[in-house]
Design a protein around this ligand. Structure first.
Ligand code: NOJ
Ligand code: CA
Length: 578
């Protein structure tokens, strides 16, 4: 099979105003500082994205989700926003943004931008005003300020720990402290304040008016808080964290419904309505609250991302999520990798001693700075199989830049080059998330693997030598590369649009039918997951250790995540049949 060259990819049709475009979209996440650098300063930027639209087009994605590109001191990779309605000068200008969105739309690709409403940065004009204003002032009310405790008021208001480590309260020198659930540079907004609410509606309209098609909502489960005294202890909060009744003072509270109903009204001012997807780390049984059409409309499910490469776990997760979306009429959101977790090609190749938490434990083996030993070939083989399975599922698929190259996590970044606040606040114990944010390799033999321009070797995080084999030009030329697997899968996936049902083959092909198709043994195998989409598509994955025979009567192979073994489906392989 010949590889499609990026520059010769056919132009896609102009975007129709289909209000359901998101339901089964393949959405590609761009972490802009690490995607493509147009001026050789080592930092990826918006003109860099524009220059790579032909590549995105050849990949066959439906939409881009752009991580924050707003002015930021990068205390948390851009999730510390100084100004919600501008572009970071290091990444370009609003005019560059307009050019980028025009180029994406011309290629038939929608754009989702990241909105960070739980906290601003400490350089935001409002936070600076709050610091300069007295206790009890309207400026302080936009954030969460409280008096210190203890005999002399120098103790924090509670013993809460921030997610990146250390106290969640920072003193400001006049007896008050402010709350930051993440880094100290990320003060939490007070969502009871009407000005905060109004300002975010303005921000949503600002970007929607510029043509963005939707929003990824950061920490969507965190905005509403109940800080009525006395504050509970950190230990109590940890115990309550799995509460499913909205009673936790910080997470997943009922008042969020009201906030997102206001947002929904703004989304619906546009034609087609703007879409939103919630990043909400809540119990699966609470996810539908965010995915409801009266709310954000879609919510990430991180269940597969946390699962082992295991047939039973995958099946239970798929069933549970199909049920969950049926509650609201939303569509599923599948994801294996993003800018916060160890890349799945590496996760699946880590030693099997991930501890009690299975794959989650394994993911933290690397981020905990322990042995970076892993089996790269095996990990990639499983990752390809898992991805092909995911791309056959009903719902939208969220892909993270570089996974289409099979990029591994970079484990050996020197401490001096680390950027993630987790590393600095743990301190040094948890290496954090830089390993999945290393700039992409575009050309195997160019300086910085072609990340920059004109031979610039600048890269804001160091790229390992091993990136050469994953470079876009190398994979472009190899018909069996991960890149070409993604391209073929995404092209075929377009035929599945409009069809959101899934039927497990072992339930539909029972008894005589299964025997007639020769599939009885295969479908009885607990290590095999086989399902059908009503249009006649079949996806079969072998999660086990031994090859399984693949009867011809089950269909004609249209794509496989790895070579088949004399008509059998080898371990850690997915095949699509028709
Ligand atoms: C979730 C984002 O994905 C992550 O990168 C960030 O650190 C936190 N939210 C805080 O904004
Ligand atoms: Ca740049």
């Amino acid at each position: 099979m010949t590889a499609a060259h990026p520059s010769t990819a056919p132009a896609r049709t102009v975007l129709a105003s289909d209000p359901d475009w998101w339901r089964q979209a393949a959405v590609y996440q761009i972490y802009p500082r690490s995607f493509a650098d147009s001026n050789g300063d080592g930092i990826g930027d918006l003109p860099g994205v524009t220059s790579r639209v032909p590549y995105l087009s050849s990949l066959g994605i439906d939409a881009v989700w752009l991580s924050p590109f707003y002015p930021s001191a990068l205390a948390d990779g851009g999730y510390d926003v100084d100004d919600y309605r501008d572009v970071d000068p290091k990444l370009g200008t609003l005019a560059d943004f307009d050019e980028m969105i025009a180029a994406l739309h011309a290629a038939g690709i929608r754009l989702i931008v990241d909105i960070v409403p739980n906290h601003s940065s400490n350089r935001h004009a409002w936070f600076q005003e709050a610091l300069a204003s007295p206790k009890g002032s309207p400026a302080r009310d936009r954030y969460i300020f409280r008096d210190g405790e203890g005999p002399d008021g120098t103790e924090p208001p509670s013993d809460w720990q921030s997610i990146f480590g250390g106290s969640a309260w920072e003193p400001v020198g006049d007896g008050q402290f402010y709350l930051h659930l993440f880094a100290p540079e990320q003060p939490d907004f007070n969502w009871h304040n009407p000005e905060v609410r109004e300002d975010f509606l303005r921000t949503l309209r600002f970007w929607a008016d510029r043509g963005v098609d939707g929003f990824r909502v950061d920490v969507a489960h965190g905005l509403a808080k109940d800080l009525t005294a006395p504050l509970r202890s950190h230990a109590e909060l940890m115990e309550m964290r799995l509460a499913t009744d909205g009673s936790h003072p910080l997470w997943d509270r009922e008042e969020l419904d009201e906030i997102y109903a206001e947002w929904r009204a703004v989304f619906n001012e546009y034609q087609p309505p703007r879409i939103a997807v919630a990043e909400a780390w809540v119990e699966p049984s609470r996810r539908h609250r965010y995915a409801a059409p009266s709310s954000l409309g879609q919510a990430f499910n991180f269940d597969l991302l946390r699962a082992d490469f295991d047939a039973a776990q995958f099946r239970a997760i798929i069933d549970q999520n199909l049920e969950s979306v049926a509650l609201t009429g939303s569509s599923n959101t599948w994801v294996f990798s993003n800018h916060d977790v160890v890349r799945h090609a590496t996760r699946y190749g880590l030693p099997a001693d991930g501890g009690d938490e299975g794959a989650v434990g394994k993911a933290w083996l690397l981020s905990g700075g322990r042995s970076p030993e892993y089996d790269a070939e095996f990990g990639l083989r499983r990752a390809r199989a898992a991805t092909l399975l995911m791309l056959a599922l009903p719902g939208s698929a969220y892909l993270y830049q570089g996974e289409e190259l099979g990029l591994p996590e970079v484990a050996d970044i020197p401490d001096s080059a680390r950027q993630d606040p987790t590393f600095f606040r743990s301190p040094g114990v948890d290496v954090g998330r830089d390993g999945c944010r290393v700039p992409l390799p575009w050309e195997a033999s160019a300086p910085a693997f072609g990340f920059g321009v004109d031979g610039s070797d600048a890269s804001h995080l160091p790229q390992p030598e091993s990136f050469a084999r994953y470079a876009v030009d190398v994979e472009d030329a190899d018909p069996d590369s991960t890149l070409n697997l993604y391209r073929r899968a995404l092209a075929l996936r377009h035929e599945l649009q409009g069809d959101e049902k899934l039927v497990w083959l072992d339930e539909s092909l029972v008894g005589a039918d299964a025997d007639a198709s020769g599939g009885a043994a295969l479908l009885d195998d607990a290590e095999v997951l086989a399902f059908e989409r009503p249009s006649g598509w079949r996806s079969i994955t072998n999660f086990g250790d031994t090859p399984v025979p693949l009867p011809a009567a089950l269909g004609r192979v249209v794509l496989a995540s790895g070579p088949l073994d004399d008509g059998a489906l080898p371990p850690a392989t997915t095949v699509w049949l028709r």
